[in-house]
Design a protein around this ligand. Structure first.
Ligand code: 13P
Ligand code: SF4
Length: 357
Protein backbone atom coordinates (compact mmCIF):
# COMPACT_ATOMS: atom_id res chain seq x y z
CA UNK A 1 0.00 0.00 0.00
CA UNK A 2 1.20 3.51 -0.76
CA UNK A 3 2.17 5.69 2.18
CA UNK A 4 0.27 8.90 1.35
CA UNK A 5 -2.23 7.42 -1.06
CA UNK A 6 -4.79 10.24 -0.88
CA UNK A 7 -2.23 12.80 -2.14
CA UNK A 8 -1.91 11.03 -5.51
CA UNK A 9 -3.63 12.30 -8.66
CA UNK A 10 -5.58 9.98 -10.97
CA UNK A 11 -2.64 10.07 -13.41
CA UNK A 12 -0.17 9.08 -10.68
CA UNK A 13 -2.43 6.24 -9.58
CA UNK A 14 -2.70 5.06 -13.17
CA UNK A 15 1.13 5.05 -13.46
CA UNK A 16 1.41 3.04 -10.23
CA UNK A 17 -1.19 0.55 -11.44
CA UNK A 18 0.48 0.24 -14.82
CA UNK A 19 3.80 -0.60 -13.20
CA UNK A 20 2.30 -3.43 -11.22
CA UNK A 21 -0.59 -4.67 -13.32
CA UNK A 22 0.18 -4.10 -17.01
CA UNK A 23 0.90 -7.84 -17.46
CA UNK A 24 -2.52 -8.89 -16.18
CA UNK A 25 -4.96 -5.99 -16.76
CA UNK A 26 -5.55 -4.26 -20.15
CA UNK A 27 -4.48 -0.61 -20.33
CA UNK A 28 -7.94 0.83 -21.05
CA UNK A 29 -9.23 -0.92 -17.93
CA UNK A 30 -6.37 0.49 -15.85
CA UNK A 31 -7.12 4.04 -17.03
CA UNK A 32 -10.78 3.71 -16.13
CA UNK A 33 -10.14 2.00 -12.80
CA UNK A 34 -7.48 4.52 -11.68
CA UNK A 35 -10.25 7.08 -11.30
CA UNK A 36 -12.32 4.72 -9.16
CA UNK A 37 -9.29 3.93 -6.99
CA UNK A 38 -8.66 7.65 -6.53
CA UNK A 39 -12.24 8.32 -5.38
CA UNK A 40 -12.30 5.26 -3.09
CA UNK A 41 -9.09 6.32 -1.35
CA UNK A 42 -10.44 9.81 -0.69
CA UNK A 43 -13.75 8.53 0.67
CA UNK A 44 -12.04 5.87 2.75
CA UNK A 45 -10.10 8.60 4.53
CA UNK A 46 -13.14 10.87 4.90
CA UNK A 47 -15.23 8.08 6.45
CA UNK A 48 -12.38 6.78 8.64
CA UNK A 49 -12.77 3.36 7.04
CA UNK A 50 -10.50 0.37 6.67
CA UNK A 51 -10.75 -1.83 3.58
CA UNK A 52 -10.09 -5.56 3.96
CA UNK A 53 -9.52 -7.51 0.73
CA UNK A 54 -9.59 -11.28 0.35
CA UNK A 55 -6.93 -12.98 -1.81
CA UNK A 56 -9.64 -13.76 -4.41
CA UNK A 57 -10.35 -10.14 -5.31
CA UNK A 58 -9.66 -9.14 -8.92
CA UNK A 59 -6.13 -7.71 -9.47
CA UNK A 60 -7.06 -4.02 -10.05
CA UNK A 61 -8.91 -4.02 -6.73
CA UNK A 62 -6.59 -6.34 -4.79
CA UNK A 63 -3.44 -4.37 -5.55
CA UNK A 64 -4.84 -0.88 -4.95
CA UNK A 65 -7.45 -0.26 -2.26
CA UNK A 66 -7.18 -2.80 0.60
CA UNK A 67 -5.37 -1.65 3.73
CA UNK A 68 -4.98 -5.33 4.48
CA UNK A 69 -5.20 -8.26 2.07
CA UNK A 70 -5.10 -11.92 3.01
CA UNK A 71 -6.98 -15.11 3.78
CA UNK A 72 -10.07 -15.53 5.98
CA UNK A 73 -8.09 -16.06 9.17
CA UNK A 74 -5.83 -13.08 8.59
CA UNK A 75 -8.71 -10.76 7.78
CA UNK A 76 -10.71 -11.89 10.84
CA UNK A 77 -7.75 -10.89 12.98
CA UNK A 78 -7.54 -7.49 11.28
CA UNK A 79 -11.29 -6.96 11.74
CA UNK A 80 -10.96 -7.76 15.44
CA UNK A 81 -8.25 -5.18 16.04
CA UNK A 82 -9.01 -2.20 13.78
CA UNK A 83 -9.53 1.22 15.36
CA UNK A 84 -11.41 2.61 12.33
CA UNK A 85 -15.15 3.40 12.45
CA UNK A 86 -16.08 1.53 9.29
CA UNK A 87 -14.93 -1.83 7.89
CA UNK A 88 -15.48 -2.33 4.16
CA UNK A 89 -15.15 -6.03 3.46
CA UNK A 90 -14.09 -6.86 -0.08
CA UNK A 91 -14.93 -10.54 0.22
CA UNK A 92 -18.16 -12.49 0.70
CA UNK A 93 -20.99 -12.24 3.21
CA UNK A 94 -19.80 -14.83 5.74
CA UNK A 95 -16.49 -12.95 5.97
CA UNK A 96 -18.21 -9.61 6.58
CA UNK A 97 -20.41 -11.28 9.19
CA UNK A 98 -17.34 -12.64 10.95
CA UNK A 99 -15.97 -9.08 11.04
CA UNK A 100 -19.22 -7.88 12.63
CA UNK A 101 -19.16 -10.76 15.15
CA UNK A 102 -15.67 -9.69 16.23
CA UNK A 103 -16.20 -5.91 16.02
CA UNK A 104 -19.84 -5.25 16.93
CA UNK A 105 -19.32 -1.51 17.44
CA UNK A 106 -18.02 -0.93 13.93
CA UNK A 107 -20.14 -0.34 10.87
CA UNK A 108 -19.38 -3.29 8.56
CA UNK A 109 -20.14 -2.86 4.86
CA UNK A 110 -20.25 -5.49 2.11
CA UNK A 111 -20.15 -3.91 -1.38
CA UNK A 112 -22.59 -6.42 -2.93
CA UNK A 113 -25.67 -8.12 -1.50
CA UNK A 114 -25.13 -11.01 -3.89
CA UNK A 115 -21.73 -12.09 -2.55
CA UNK A 116 -22.79 -15.41 -0.98
CA UNK A 117 -21.03 -18.80 -0.83
CA UNK A 118 -22.22 -22.30 -1.77
CA UNK A 119 -20.73 -23.74 1.44
CA UNK A 120 -22.49 -21.20 3.67
CA UNK A 121 -25.77 -21.96 1.85
CA UNK A 122 -25.37 -25.71 2.37
CA UNK A 123 -26.25 -25.78 6.08
CA UNK A 124 -28.71 -24.05 8.43
CA UNK A 125 -28.74 -23.54 12.19
CA UNK A 126 -31.61 -26.06 12.35
CA UNK A 127 -29.44 -28.66 10.57
CA UNK A 128 -26.76 -28.18 13.25
CA UNK A 129 -29.30 -28.50 16.07
CA UNK A 130 -30.45 -31.81 14.54
CA UNK A 131 -26.87 -33.08 14.28
CA UNK A 132 -26.31 -32.21 17.94
CA UNK A 133 -29.45 -34.17 18.87
CA UNK A 134 -28.17 -37.14 16.88
CA UNK A 135 -24.73 -37.01 18.49
CA UNK A 136 -25.21 -35.52 21.96
CA UNK A 137 -22.09 -34.16 23.60
CA UNK A 138 -19.98 -34.39 20.44
CA UNK A 139 -18.23 -31.03 19.81
CA UNK A 140 -19.08 -29.15 16.62
CA UNK A 141 -16.20 -27.73 14.57
CA UNK A 142 -17.52 -25.28 11.99
CA UNK A 143 -15.66 -23.95 8.98
CA UNK A 144 -15.86 -20.14 8.91
CA UNK A 145 -17.55 -20.39 5.49
CA UNK A 146 -20.94 -20.44 7.27
CA UNK A 147 -23.43 -17.81 8.43
CA UNK A 148 -23.53 -16.39 11.95
CA UNK A 149 -26.49 -18.49 13.16
CA UNK A 150 -24.61 -21.69 12.25
CA UNK A 151 -21.49 -20.45 14.04
CA UNK A 152 -23.70 -19.70 17.06
CA UNK A 153 -24.65 -23.40 17.28
CA UNK A 154 -21.00 -24.48 17.17
CA UNK A 155 -18.28 -25.05 19.75
CA UNK A 156 -15.39 -23.73 17.71
CA UNK A 157 -14.69 -22.41 14.20
CA UNK A 158 -11.78 -23.11 11.89
CA UNK A 159 -10.45 -21.86 8.57
CA UNK A 160 -8.66 -23.81 5.86
CA UNK A 161 -5.35 -22.78 7.39
CA UNK A 162 -5.98 -24.12 10.91
CA UNK A 163 -8.65 -26.85 10.50
CA UNK A 164 -6.42 -29.81 11.42
CA UNK A 165 -4.91 -27.86 14.31
CA UNK A 166 -8.37 -26.99 15.67
CA UNK A 167 -9.60 -30.60 15.45
CA UNK A 168 -6.45 -31.91 17.14
CA UNK A 169 -6.61 -29.25 19.86
CA UNK A 170 -9.98 -30.57 21.06
CA UNK A 171 -8.37 -33.86 22.03
CA UNK A 172 -11.73 -35.63 21.61
CA UNK A 173 -12.46 -39.09 20.19
CA UNK A 174 -15.27 -37.83 17.98
CA UNK A 175 -16.01 -34.43 16.42
CA UNK A 176 -18.70 -33.10 14.10
CA UNK A 177 -17.02 -31.18 11.26
CA UNK A 178 -19.28 -29.03 9.06
CA UNK A 179 -20.15 -28.16 6.33
CA UNK A 180 -17.40 -28.86 3.76
CA UNK A 181 -17.32 -32.52 2.77
CA UNK A 182 -13.94 -32.26 1.05
CA UNK A 183 -12.22 -30.18 3.72
CA UNK A 184 -13.51 -32.67 6.31
CA UNK A 185 -12.10 -35.62 4.34
CA UNK A 186 -8.77 -33.83 3.91
CA UNK A 187 -8.61 -33.03 7.63
CA UNK A 188 -9.59 -36.62 8.51
CA UNK A 189 -6.72 -37.89 6.41
CA UNK A 190 -4.25 -35.39 7.87
CA UNK A 191 -5.23 -36.18 11.45
CA UNK A 192 -5.62 -39.94 10.91
CA UNK A 193 -9.33 -39.97 11.69
CA UNK A 194 -12.19 -42.00 10.20
CA UNK A 195 -15.13 -40.08 8.82
CA UNK A 196 -18.82 -40.74 8.14
CA UNK A 197 -21.50 -38.68 6.44
CA UNK A 198 -24.99 -39.25 7.86
CA UNK A 199 -27.33 -39.11 4.87
CA UNK A 200 -30.91 -38.01 4.36
CA UNK A 201 -33.59 -40.39 3.08
CA UNK A 202 -33.39 -38.72 -0.34
CA UNK A 203 -29.66 -39.45 -0.34
CA UNK A 204 -28.54 -35.82 -0.51
CA UNK A 205 -27.29 -33.60 2.27
CA UNK A 206 -27.61 -34.13 5.90
CA UNK A 207 -29.05 -36.36 8.48
CA UNK A 208 -30.89 -39.02 9.50
CA UNK A 209 -31.27 -42.51 8.13
CA UNK A 210 -28.20 -43.96 9.82
CA UNK A 211 -28.71 -42.27 13.13
CA UNK A 212 -30.05 -45.16 15.28
CA UNK A 213 -27.41 -47.66 14.13
CA UNK A 214 -24.48 -45.35 13.68
CA UNK A 215 -21.90 -46.26 16.30
CA UNK A 216 -20.19 -43.35 17.98
CA UNK A 217 -16.74 -44.76 17.45
CA UNK A 218 -16.36 -42.75 14.27
CA UNK A 219 -13.94 -39.94 14.82
CA UNK A 220 -15.39 -37.35 12.44
CA UNK A 221 -18.96 -36.74 11.39
CA UNK A 222 -19.20 -34.66 8.25
CA UNK A 223 -21.74 -32.84 6.12
CA UNK A 224 -22.09 -32.84 2.34
CA UNK A 225 -21.53 -29.16 1.56
CA UNK A 226 -19.16 -28.28 -1.27
CA UNK A 227 -17.46 -25.25 -2.72
CA UNK A 228 -18.89 -24.83 -6.20
CA UNK A 229 -15.49 -23.66 -7.49
CA UNK A 230 -13.09 -26.19 -5.97
CA UNK A 231 -15.29 -29.21 -6.71
CA UNK A 232 -14.71 -28.52 -10.43
CA UNK A 233 -11.04 -29.49 -10.35
CA UNK A 234 -10.37 -33.11 -11.35
CA UNK A 235 -7.41 -35.49 -11.07
CA UNK A 236 -7.35 -35.78 -14.90
CA UNK A 237 -6.69 -32.02 -15.07
CA UNK A 238 -3.52 -32.53 -13.04
CA UNK A 239 -2.42 -35.51 -15.15
CA UNK A 240 -2.94 -33.57 -18.39
CA UNK A 241 -0.96 -30.57 -17.14
CA UNK A 242 1.87 -32.73 -15.75
CA UNK A 243 2.12 -34.59 -19.08
CA UNK A 244 2.58 -31.29 -20.91
CA UNK A 245 4.66 -29.47 -18.26
CA UNK A 246 6.65 -32.04 -16.23
CA UNK A 247 8.29 -29.30 -14.11
CA UNK A 248 4.98 -27.79 -12.95
CA UNK A 249 4.24 -27.44 -9.22
CA UNK A 250 0.62 -28.25 -8.45
CA UNK A 251 -0.98 -26.38 -5.55
CA UNK A 252 -4.48 -27.15 -4.31
CA UNK A 253 -6.79 -25.49 -1.80
CA UNK A 254 -8.12 -28.07 0.73
CA UNK A 255 -11.69 -27.39 -0.49
CA UNK A 256 -10.65 -29.55 -3.50
CA UNK A 257 -11.49 -33.26 -3.38
CA UNK A 258 -9.09 -35.52 -1.41
CA UNK A 259 -8.14 -37.21 -4.69
CA UNK A 260 -7.08 -33.85 -6.17
CA UNK A 261 -5.23 -32.90 -2.98
CA UNK A 262 -3.42 -36.27 -3.00
CA UNK A 263 -2.23 -35.65 -6.58
CA UNK A 264 -0.99 -32.14 -5.84
CA UNK A 265 2.45 -31.14 -4.51
CA UNK A 266 1.16 -28.92 -1.73
CA UNK A 267 -2.22 -28.08 -0.24
CA UNK A 268 -3.09 -25.25 2.16
CA UNK A 269 -5.20 -22.12 2.66
CA UNK A 270 -4.77 -19.17 0.31
CA UNK A 271 -2.09 -17.30 2.31
CA UNK A 272 0.04 -20.41 2.70
CA UNK A 273 -0.24 -21.18 -1.03
CA UNK A 274 1.03 -17.68 -1.86
CA UNK A 275 3.85 -18.02 0.66
CA UNK A 276 4.83 -21.41 -0.74
CA UNK A 277 5.24 -20.03 -4.28
CA UNK A 278 7.18 -17.10 -2.91
CA UNK A 279 9.50 -18.88 -0.51
CA UNK A 280 10.24 -21.83 -2.80
CA UNK A 281 10.78 -19.59 -5.81
CA UNK A 282 8.33 -21.71 -7.82
CA UNK A 283 8.69 -20.72 -11.48
CA UNK A 284 5.75 -22.54 -13.04
CA UNK A 285 2.65 -23.46 -11.09
CA UNK A 286 -0.84 -24.79 -11.48
CA UNK A 287 -3.05 -23.23 -8.83
CA UNK A 288 -6.22 -25.19 -8.10
CA UNK A 289 -8.24 -22.41 -6.55
CA UNK A 290 -10.09 -19.26 -7.60
CA UNK A 291 -8.32 -17.88 -10.69
CA UNK A 292 -7.99 -14.22 -9.63
CA UNK A 293 -5.48 -15.34 -7.04
CA UNK A 294 -3.15 -16.58 -9.79
CA UNK A 295 -3.42 -13.15 -11.48
CA UNK A 296 -2.59 -11.47 -8.18
CA UNK A 297 0.49 -13.66 -7.74
CA UNK A 298 1.67 -13.04 -11.31
CA UNK A 299 1.21 -9.28 -10.82
CA UNK A 300 3.53 -9.46 -7.79
CA UNK A 301 5.96 -11.91 -9.46
CA UNK A 302 5.98 -11.26 -13.23
CA UNK A 303 8.89 -13.70 -13.65
CA UNK A 304 6.63 -16.65 -12.71
CA UNK A 305 4.25 -18.56 -14.95
CA UNK A 306 0.82 -19.87 -14.08
CA UNK A 307 -0.80 -22.65 -16.09
CA UNK A 308 -4.39 -21.71 -16.84
CA UNK A 309 -6.74 -24.67 -16.96
CA UNK A 310 -9.61 -22.34 -17.63
CA UNK A 311 -10.97 -19.32 -15.85
CA UNK A 312 -12.63 -20.59 -12.70
CA UNK A 313 -13.89 -17.51 -10.89
CA UNK A 314 -16.09 -17.65 -7.81
CA UNK A 315 -19.32 -15.98 -8.92
CA UNK A 316 -19.71 -14.61 -5.38
CA UNK A 317 -16.24 -13.08 -5.02
CA UNK A 318 -16.68 -11.75 -8.56
CA UNK A 319 -19.59 -9.59 -7.34
CA UNK A 320 -17.17 -7.30 -5.53
CA UNK A 321 -16.03 -4.58 -7.91
CA UNK A 322 -14.32 -1.20 -7.54
CA UNK A 323 -17.59 0.47 -8.62
CA UNK A 324 -19.56 -1.27 -5.87
CA UNK A 325 -16.86 -0.56 -3.31
CA UNK A 326 -17.09 3.14 -4.13
CA UNK A 327 -20.87 2.99 -3.77
CA UNK A 328 -20.50 1.08 -0.49
CA UNK A 329 -18.50 3.99 0.92
CA UNK A 330 -20.72 6.67 -0.64
CA UNK A 331 -24.05 5.25 0.46
CA UNK A 332 -22.83 3.16 3.42
CA UNK A 333 -24.22 -0.03 1.95
CA UNK A 334 -24.77 -2.88 2.48
CA UNK A 335 -24.71 -2.75 6.26
CA UNK A 336 -24.07 -6.15 7.87
CA UNK A 337 -26.10 -6.78 11.02
CA UNK A 338 -26.05 -9.83 13.29
CA UNK A 339 -28.70 -10.13 16.04
CA UNK A 340 -26.94 -9.67 19.39
CA UNK A 341 -27.91 -13.03 20.93
CA UNK A 342 -26.60 -14.87 17.85
CA UNK A 343 -23.51 -12.65 17.71
CA UNK A 344 -22.55 -13.39 21.30
CA UNK A 345 -22.81 -17.15 20.81
CA UNK A 346 -21.00 -16.99 17.44
CA UNK A 347 -18.31 -14.82 19.05
CA UNK A 348 -17.44 -17.65 21.45
CA UNK A 349 -16.72 -20.11 18.63
CA UNK A 350 -14.81 -17.60 16.50
CA UNK A 351 -12.70 -16.24 19.36
CA UNK A 352 -11.94 -19.75 20.58
CA UNK A 353 -10.47 -20.42 17.15
CA UNK A 354 -8.44 -17.18 17.21
CA UNK A 355 -6.97 -18.16 20.57
CA UNK A 356 -5.69 -21.42 19.08
CA UNK A 357 -4.04 -19.79 16.08
P1 13P B 1 -9.01 -19.05 2.71
O1 13P B 1 -9.44 -19.04 4.11
O2 13P B 1 -7.96 -20.08 2.41
O3 13P B 1 -8.61 -17.68 2.26
O4 13P B 1 -10.24 -19.52 1.80
C1 13P B 1 -11.48 -18.88 1.77
C2 13P B 1 -12.36 -19.40 0.72
O5 13P B 1 -13.48 -19.00 0.57
C3 13P B 1 -11.84 -20.47 -0.12
O6 13P B 1 -12.71 -20.74 -1.15
FE1 SF4 C 1 -17.52 -19.98 -1.15
FE2 SF4 C 1 -16.12 -21.44 -2.88
FE3 SF4 C 1 -16.59 -18.89 -3.41
FE4 SF4 C 1 -14.87 -19.57 -1.44
S1 SF4 C 1 -14.63 -19.94 -3.63
S2 SF4 C 1 -16.47 -18.02 -1.34
S3 SF4 C 1 -15.87 -21.42 -0.65
S4 SF4 C 1 -18.14 -20.51 -3.25
Amino acid sequence: MLVNETALTVQEIYEEMKKKLSGVVPDAELQYKAELVHDIRLLKKEKNAVILGHNYMEPALFHTIPDFAGDSLDLSRKAATTDKDVIVFCGVKFMAETAKILSPDKKVLLPSEKAGCSLAESISAEDVRKLKQMYPGVPVVTYVNTYADVKAESDICCTSSNAAQVVTSLNEDTVIFIPDEYLAKNVARETGKRIIFPVKKNGTNGQNRERKDTPLDYQMIGWKGRCEVHELFKVEDIHNVRAQFPDVTVLAHPECSPEVVAESDYSAGTNALIRYIDENNIKRFLLLTECSMADNIIAAHPDRETIRLCSIRCQHMNQITLEDTLDALRYESYVIEVPEDIRQRAYRSVSRMLEIG
